[in-house]
Design a protein around this ligand. Structure first.
Ligand code: SF4
Length: 525
């Protein structure tokens, strides 16, 4: 049997390293090395319960483990096959103790594709990745498919970019492939600047080869030999594991010249992020890779025509690339059988806020917000009622409870005044003031505006000032009209997506919670 213990950043923060050390020492002292293996995995998603441990193959799930608990686990579960009751997860809704991972509602109601192996493999072991069919998608592509066939399969699967805009990845690859200019470049956006969103970090920390494999396949499809992974510098573990995985992949002939003897060459490099939210915007990101200040530029030309170093470039995010090997292994029809017609496959969200179970979840597109909040999230703590959910990161929108039966996909969230974004979800209960929520996100966005264009540079701080006035009880009805007018101006004139979407917190809260704005104005509080 073997024990998997989460070594992701969340569990590191809860002190998992001491638990890992105690576990390894305990196994050695008892002479159990031949009977019990230990794997330190990437993020298993249920970060609030960390440090997490699973005894496999039984699937016994222990939570919030301290180093002192290790001797009990080894004595009772490993040597006597019995359960340490006090380390089991307790369902907050039923107070029931649950023994197995697959019976915990947080996991039971998810569908894990990209995250499927995060809890099983060691991110630093390429053998572990091979054991879960790693690089078999690449082998199939290189030996059996032409670049055009790879593009057609990706278009057929309707894989839409998971970074926010939802543009079909296969079409983007096609537009780049048909450009005549050479060389072409590939870039992976792992900048993930949204507060509270950490799905890309967890994929790179836990399964970096999955992203690398997806990138090699994409490079082969578009005909490019050089790629970059632009990772937030504030993600040291993701940077470390990605660099290590690239090094190992090079040693195994999976990167570099003549990959798998196919004649295809591809090099990959990690670039650490510049530490600004705007650096995640596609054109700014490319400037940053070139060593310049990350500021967005006007489009067109699109990056597929003139991107990195003025050459055709494809930029996709971590989660998008991570889906590619799965599509190549299982086929477009399999991928299309999951999700909705226009939003296929699954999506990873970080579920946080006023909800009982918080963490990273992967769910099929088309699931409702109600299922996410109640079946996976376990509902609202302290007997409170739910009021809204904010989706899409700081420039997303707030969706009220009466729209919770909405299917979660790219188009439906957009129609409701929000967006998928990279996948942040913040749940709000009945005590949350929605004007405060809008002010909170605008505070972030005004600081992160790069200042290049006037509507965003001056308009966002102006909206913030009005929100401050309203929440201090000094607002007037005219302020609401002003907010709307500034928001509409920014939306129609800002240079980049960051500015364009920054009024969303204000517009969506005005749309659904205008009464709360009026209450501040008329009740003067
Ligand atoms: Fe910079 Fe904002 Fe203009 Fe984008 S919209 S270029 S972030 S000032």
């Amino acid at each position: 049997l073997f024990i998997t213990i989460c070594g992701g950043t969340g569990c590191q923060g809860s002190g998992c390293q001491k638990v890992i050390d105690a576990l390894k020492t305990g196994i050695k002292e008892r002479g159990l090395e031949d009977r019990v293996g230990v794997k330190v995995t990437g993020c298993q998603g249920f970060c609030e319960q960390g440090p997490l441990m699973v005894i496999r193959p039984q699937g016994i799930y222990y939570v919030q483990i301290e180093p002192e608990d290790i001797s009990k686990i080894l004595d009772e579960t490993i040597e006597q096959d019995s359960i340490v009751e006090e380390l089991l997860y307790v369902d907050q809704s039923t107070s029931e103790k649950i023994t197995k991972e697959e019976d915990i509602p947080f996991y039971k109601n998810q569908k894990r594709l990209v995250f499927k192996n995060n809890g099983f493999i060691e991110p630093t072991s390429i053998d572990d990745y091979f054991n879960v069919d790693g690089y078999s998608g690449l082998a199939k592509v290189l030996y059996e498919m032409s670049p055009d066939e790879v593009i057609d399969e990706t278009i057929e699967a309707n894989l839409r970019g998971r970074g926010g805009a939802g543009f079909p990845a296969g079409k983007k690859w096609k537009y780049c492939r048909i450009e005549e200019a050479e060389p072409k470049y590939l870039a992976c956006n792992a900048d993930e600047g949204d507060p509270g969103a950490y799905m890309d970090r967890s994929i790179l920390e836990g399964n970096p080869h999955l992203v690398i494999e997806g990138m090699i396949i994409a490079a082969y499809a578009i005909g490019c030999n050089k790629g970059y992974i632009y990772v937030r510098a504030e993600y040291p573990l993701a940077v470390k594991h990605t660099k290590h995985a690239i090094e190992i992949a090079e040693k195994y002939g999976l990167l570099g010249e003549n990959i798998m003897g196919s004649g295809f060459d591809f090099d990959l490099e990690v670039v650490e992020g510049a530490g600004a939210f705007v650096a995640g915007e596609s054109t700014a990101l490319m400037y940053s890779i070139e060593g310049k200040r990350p500021m967005p530029r006007q489009t067109p030309p699109r990056s597929v025509q003139k991107g990195l170093f003025g050459k055709p470039t494809v930029l996709n995010n971590v989660e998008t690339f991570a889906n590619v090997p799965l599509i190549m292994q299982n086929g477009a029809d399999w991928f299309k059988s999951i999700g909705t017609e226009n939003s296929t496959g699954c999506k990873i969200f970080s579920l946080v806020g006023k909800v009982k179970n918080t963490g990273l979840i992967e769910v099929p597109m088309g699931i409702t917000l109600r299922e996410i909040v109640f079946d996976i999230g376990g509902g609202i703590p302290n007997g409170k009622k739910v009021k809204a959910i904010q989706t899409g990161g700081p420039s997303g929108g707030c969706i009220p409870e009466d729209l919770f039966d909405l299917p979660v996909d790219f188009d439906e969230l957009y129609k409701a005044g929000s967006m998928m974004g990279s996948g942040g979800m913040v749940v709000m209960d009945e005590d949350t003031c929605m004007v405060d929520v809008a002010k909170f996100f605008l505070d972030f966005l005004k600081d992160e505006s790069c200042g290049k264009c006037l509507p965003c540079r001056d308009g966002v701080p102006e909206m913030y000032k009005i929100l401050e006035k309203i929440t201090k009880g000094e607002g007037t009805d005219g302020d609401i009209a002003n907010l709307r007018s500034i928001a509409e101006t920014i939306k129609s004139t800002a240079l980049c997506g960051l500015g364009d979407s920054s009024p969303n917190p204000v517009l969506s809260t005005l749309e659904y919670f205008e009464d709360e704005y009026r209450a501040h104005i008329h009740d003067k509080a």
